[in-house]
Write a protein that binds this ligand. Structure first.
Ligand SMILES: CC(=O)N[C@H](C=O)[C@@H](O)[C@H](O)[C@H](O)CO
Ligand SMILES: CC(=O)C(=O)O
Length: 305
């Protein structure tokens, strides 16, 4: 038996965006406000410092600052997963220890980035993170950005440990998701990565999702989840289709995160622009951002009705 309450992790988990001020420095006030809003939506938790959180573009100290602020603000209300992936194992270990100190509910990491690593090397990296704390660990599998393809055998080896409670799969194969679910055993959680196939991932075995577009429309993903749980598959599919039209539009801007931040700014959450090399939206994008925001808000109203 995994010695953790796995229920804490099942559901919609928002990949939290990075918050910066005008100068591009970490903005803890802004992240607190955003986290507080998310806490009112009914989502299960937040994934801090991952792809959407731009953790890879921040220093270790900056990453600690943000996590600590989020923990203080909503750590008692939401499940907080700290992404501690980095290029250097020692940085990840330091971040994991800090995550434990501030009371995060779990740590998670991609394989170490930049170098082309063997499975033994990635295993050693993850193991060092796992051994650094008593927190549960969630593997982050995102081969399209890390270049590392997690095999079923390494997954099974990792999942055999009590502390390894799940994997977030951002690869687009739902078959792989199902295979990981089957390989991990009954107490092993699988998180859907591609938001475009939340319903498909859920239907084939995912216990929840961690997503980068949830942050601009958590209500819509909660709606799919609600329909799915109620067995209303046709309605769930309709919501997924509507969401996918929005995601296609979000992906048409200079960067996904630039677009998400521009949308949140319209709603009164100014979390700055993404850090370079991620591109911000320009003034020329503003009209389309406003239109997209209106479309999302209309659907949110419909979902609530
Ligand atoms: C590749 C990537 O970043 N995937 C994210 C997480 O798994 C997703 O949440 C996407 O941001 C989302 O599905 C939009 O394509
Ligand atoms: C999508 C996600 O999980 C991330 O931004 O890390």
């Amino acid at each position: 038996m995994k010695p953790y309450d796995l229920e804490l992790f099942c559901g919609i988990i928002i990949a939290l965006y990075a918050s910066y001020d005008e100068q591009g420095e970490m903005n803890t006030d802004a992240v607190r406000r955003l986290a507080r809003y998310y806490a009112t939506t009914g989502v299960k938790g937040l994934y801090v410092g991952g792809s959407s959180g731009e953790g890879m573009l921040q220093t270790v100290e900056e990453r600690k600052l943000i996590l600590a602020a989020v923990m203080e603000e909503v750590g008692n209300e939401l499940t907080i997963i700290a992404h501690v992936g980095a290029a250097a194992t020692r940085d990840s270990v330091e971040l994991a220890k800090h995550a434990a100190e501030v009371g995060a509910h779990a740590v998670s990491a991609v394989p170490a980035i930049y170098y082309r690593l063997s499975p033994d090397s990635v295993e050693g990296h993850w193991q060092a993170i796992i051994d650094a704390t008593s927190l549960p660990f969630i593997i982050y599998h995102i081969p399209q950005t890390t270049g590392f393809h997690l095999s079923k055998s390494l997954l099974m080896k990792m999942a055999a440990q009590d502390k390894v409670i799940g994997v977030k799969i951002s690869a687009e194969s739902t078959f792989e998701l199902q295979q990981f679910k089957a390989a991990g055993g009954s107490e092993f959680l699988v998180f859907n990565g591609p938001d475009e196939q939340y319903l498909a991932g859920r239907s084939i075995g995912a216990d929840g999702g961690i997503g980068g577009t949830y942050g601009v429309m958590p209500e819509l993903f909660l709606k799919i989840e609600q329909c799915y749980v109620a067995g209303k598959m046709r309605e769930a599919q309709e919501w997924q289709f509507k969401i996918n039209e929005l995601i296609v539009e979000l992906l048409s801007f200079p960067s996904l995160y630039g677009a998400c931040k521009a949308i949140l700014k319209l709603r009164g959450y100014d979390i700055g622009e993404p850090r370079m090399p991620l591109l911000p939206c320009t003034s020329g994008d503003q009209g389309r951002i406003e239109e997209l925001n209106t479309r999302i808000m209309t659907l949110v109203e419909l979902a609530k009705a």
